[in-house]
Ligand binder design. Structure first.
Ligand SMILES: Cc1cc2nc3c(=O)[nH]c(=O)nc-3n(C[C@H](O)[C@H](O)[C@H](O)COP(=O)(O)OP(=O)(O)OC[C@H]3O[C@@H](n4cnc5c(N)ncnc54)[C@H](O)[C@@H]3O)c2cc1C
Ligand SMILES: NC(=O)c1ccc[n+]([C@@H]2O[C@H](COP(=O)([O-])OP(=O)(O)OC[C@H]3O[C@@H](n4cnc5c(N)ncnc54)[C@H](OP(=O)(O)O)[C@@H]3O)[C@@H](O)[C@H]2O)c1
Length: 498
C-alpha cells in the first residue's frame, strides 16, 4: 500500500529525509525542488514503512487506501511524477552538521520576525551547542503568514504552527512579541548585543493594481482581504462589502484561489476554523454567489498550482467552471491541463467560481462604490464584468527595512547567499543577513523557506568562524538586552488569542 503526498504538502522536505529508500522526490538538493508544486512518493519504490507520515508537519501523507474521495487524484499525481525515470541516490543527501570555532562566548543571533523563515533559521542555529537566539516579532502573536496568510479552511497546513511552536520551546531561544525592529528597537541596539542579526520580515505589502479607478471603495488588495478573514490586527476592523452577487479577483495565483474559496464557502464549513469571528459573521450575511478569478495570461500560464486546483474543485457545494473556448494552448499529457479540461462551462446559478484567462484589467468602475472592472482581451476586444467587490491578488511585495539597502524593483534586500550587500559599494554589511520572502521575493511554500534559511545560517557560521562578525560587548547579556528593548515596545493582542 504505497503512501501518497496530498494537497497540504508545504514542501519542507522532512519526509524526504525520513524515507529509508529515498522514494520521495524532488529532494532538496535537486534544482527542481524550489519550483516543485509538491513532493511525490514513487508508488513502486515505496516500502510502506510510514516514516514519512510521522515526519510530515502537516499530515499531508496518507497510505493510499485511506485517501478521501477528493484526495484520490493525488495518487495519480504522485505516480505521474515518477513516470519519468529519475536517477537518485540510495539516501537523500543531508547537510553536514554546523561547527563553530570556540571564541570564548556562545554565538548570539537576533532574528527579526517569527514566520517560517525565522523559525527555520532559529532551528538551524540551535543545532550549535550553546547558541542563543532572540526573536523579535512586531505582532503580539508569532508565526507570520502561517497565521495571517494560510486560509482558515486549510486546517492541515495550519498545523505547521505546532512545528514552529516546538522550535520556540528550545531553551536557547527567547521570544520578544510585540516588538517592532526599526520602531521599538533599532538595528544598532540588536547589533550591540548579538554577533549577527537575521531579518526574516517577509513581504508585508502588495503589488499595486495600477489602473484608473483602482482606489474606488470596494477594491481591496489580497493583503487586506486575507488579513481581514484571518484577523490580522492591521486589517481586522476593515469593512468588506459583500452585498453584490459577484466578486472579481484579479490575478490567479494560489492566494486568488484561497480568496475565491473563502468568499464562496458555506459559512457553516468555516465555523470550526480559526477564521476571524467578525469575518465569519459578515460571510453569514454575504450575498456573493459568484467569484470570477481573472488571469492576464492564458491557462497554460495559470499561477495556481495543481494541488490547489484539485482542492478548489472539491470544495463542497461550489461549482468551478471555465469556458472551454478559453482553454486553448494547454499542453497534452499534463495533469493540470487535464483537470482544467474536465471542468464544465461556468454555471449560471448557485455558489460558483468562474476561471477566466487572457484578460488584463484596464479600468475599475464606481465612485461611491465599485461596480465592475473592464478588461482587455486579445486584440482590441474589451469586456466589462459587474462586481461589488474587487480584490487585486497580484502578488505580495517586501517593504524597505530601516537602515538596510533595498532593491525597489524586486522588493527585496540585496544579498549574496543571505549576506546583506550594499550595491552602492558592492560589499557585505557585516553581521546582517536575510531569509525568506525579504531575501528571495514573495514566492514559494512554507517549507521552501527551510533550505533558504539553512543556506543563510551556513553563510553566517562561515563568517563567524572566519572572524568576520563583530563580537558583542561581554557585559550585556542577551536576557538583559531583550528585557530592556522588549519592555519598551510590547503591545497588547487585539484580535488573536491562540
Ligand atoms: C495569503 C497567503 C497564503 C499562503 N498559504 C500557504 C499555504 O497554504 N501553504 C504554503 O505552503 N504556503 C503558503 N503561503 C506561503 C507562505 O506563507 C510563505 O512562504 C511564508 O510565510 C514566508 O515566510 P517569511 O518568514 O519569509 O514571511 P512571513 O511569514 O510573512 O513572516 C514575517 C514576519 O515578520 C514580522 N515582521 C515584519 N516586520 C517586522 C519588524 N520590523 N519587526 C519585527 N517583526 C517584523 C511579521 O509580523 C511576520 O510575523 C501563503 C502565502 C500567502 C501570502
Ligand atoms: N496552498 C498553498 O500552497 C499556497 C496558498 C497561497 C499562496 N501560496 C504561495 O505563496 C506565493 C504567493 O502567491 P500569490 O498568489 O500572491 O502570487 P503568485 O503565485 O505570484 O501569483 C500572482 C498572480 O498575479 C498576477 N499578476 C501579477 N502582476 C499583475 C498585474 N499587474 N496585473 C494583473 N495580474 C498580475 C500574476 O500573473 P502573471 O503570472 O501573468 O505574472 C499571477 O496570476 C506563491 O508561491 C504561492 O504558491 C501557496
Amino acid at each position: 500500500m504505497p503512501h501518497v503526498v496530498t494537497q497540504s504538502c508545504v514542501g519542507d522536505g522532512s519526509c524526504v529525509f525520513a524515507c529509508p529508500v529515498n522514494c520521495i522526490q524532488p529532494t532538496p538538493d535537486d534544482p527542481a525542488f524550489e519550483l516543485a508544486e509538491m513532493l511525490h512518493v514513487d508508488p513502486v519504490a515505496c516500502v510502506d514503512c510510514g516514516a514519512c507520515v510521522s515526519a510530515c508537519p502537516v499530515d499531508a501523507i496518507k497510505p493510499h487506501r485511506q485517501l478521501d474521495d477528493h484526495e484520490r487524484a493525488f495518487a495519480l499525481i504522485n505516480a505521474a511524477y515518477h513516470r519519468t525515470p529519475r536517477k537518485r541516490a540510495l539516501l537523500a543527501p543531508v547537510r553536514p552538521p554546523l561547527r563553530v570555532r570556540d571564541r570564548g562566548q556562545p554565538l548570539r543571533v537576533a532574528i527579526v520576525g517569527s514566520g517560517p523563515a525565522a523559525m527555520y533559521a532559529a532551528e538551524e542555529l540551535l543545532t550549535i551547542p550553546g547558541a542563543r537566539v532572540s526573536v523579535y516579532e512586531r505582532l503580539p502573536v508569532p508565526d507570520g503568514l502561517v497565521r495571517s496568510g494560510v486560509a482558515p479552511d486549510h486546517r492541515r497546513t495550519r498545523r505547521v504552527s505546532r512545528q514552529l511552536d516546538a522550535i520556540r520551546r528550545h531553551p536557547g531561544l527567547t521570544m520578544h512579541l510585540g516588538v517592532e525592529v526599526g520602531r521599538d528597537v533599532t538595528d544598532a541596539e540588536l547589533r550591540e548585543t548579538h554577533h549577527a542579526v537575521i531579518y526574516a520580515v517577509g513581504a508585508a505589502a502588495d503589488r499595486r493594481l495600477d489602473v484608473p479607478g483602482s482606489d474606488a471603495p470596494g477594491v481591496l488588495s489580497a493583503t487586506e482581504l486575507v488579513g481581514w478573514y484571518n484577523g490580522h490586527p492591521d486589517h481586522a476592523d476593515r469593512t468588506v462589502v459583500l452585498t453584490h452577487r459577484r466578486a472579481v479577483v484579479v490575478g490567479n495565483g494560489n492566494v486568488a484561489l484561497d480568496i475565491a474559496r473563502i468568499l464562496t464557502a458555506d459559512p457553516k464549513s468555516l465555523e470550526d476554523t480559526e477564521i476571524a469571528p467578525a469575518a465569519l459573521a459578515a460571510l453569514r450575511e454575504s450575498r456573493i454567489e459568484e467569484v470570477v478569478v481573472v488571469g492576464r495570461r492564458g491557462p497554460e500560464h495559470a499561477a495556481f498550482t495543481l494541488p490547489e486546483l484539485v482542492g478548489l474543485t472539491s470544495t463542497p457545494g461550489v461549482t468551478v467552471g471555465v469556458d472551454p473556448a478559453e482553454l486553448t494552448g494547454l499542453p497534452d499529457d499534463d495533469p493540470k491541463a487535464e483537470l482544467l479540461r474536465s471542468l464544465g462551462p461556468p454555471a449560471r446559478s448557485g455558489r460558483r467560481i468562474t476561471l477566466r484567462f487572457g484578460l488584463s484589467a484596464v479600468e475599475v468602475h464606481g465612485e461611491e462604490a465599485v461596480s465592475g472592472v473592464t478588461f482587455a482581451g486579445a486584440g482590441s476586444e474589451h469586456q466589462r464584468i459587474a462586481a461589488g467587490l474587487v480584490v487585486a491578488s497580484i502578488g505580495y511585495r517586501g517593504l524597505p527595512v530601516a537602515g538596510l539597502p533595498f532593491d525597489d524593483a524586486t522588493g527585496t534586500v540585496p544579498n549574496d547567499e543571505g549576506r546583506v550587500v550594499d550595491p552602492a559599494c558592492g560589499g557585505a554589511r557585516p553581521g546582517t543577513y536575510v531569509v525568506g520572502w525579504i531575501k528571495r521575493g514573495p514566492s514559494g511554500f512554507i517549507g521552501t523557506n527551510k533550505a533558504c534559511s539553512q543556506d543563510t545560517v551556513a553563510a553566517l557560521v562561515e563568517d563567524y568562524n572566519a572572524d568576520r562578525l563583530p563580537s558583542p560587548p561581554r557585559n550585556v547579556s542577551v536576557e538583559d538586552a531583550g528585557t530592556r528593548v522588549g519592555a519598551r515596545g510590547r503591545r497588547r493582542p487585539r484580535t488573536w488569542s491562540r
